[in-house]
Write a protein that binds this ligand. Sequence first.
Ligand SMILES: [Zn+2]
Length: 57
Amino acid sequence: MYCVCKEHVEIAIDRFVDEYEEAPDVVDLQKTHFAAWDPPPSCEERDCNQDAQFLVI
Ligand SMILES: [Zn+2]
């Protein structure tokens, strides 16, 4: 799964499809709270320091 900012969500979806050969679910982290897991605070894309906004899973 990938935690990414708005700008990188399409890249993360493409990467997910390449890796798993199926379409991911995209979760808006601002609308969803997880009981047992905190998402990383920033985008996982290299050299990106923006807040993570979407979970591609
Ligand atoms: Zn980013």
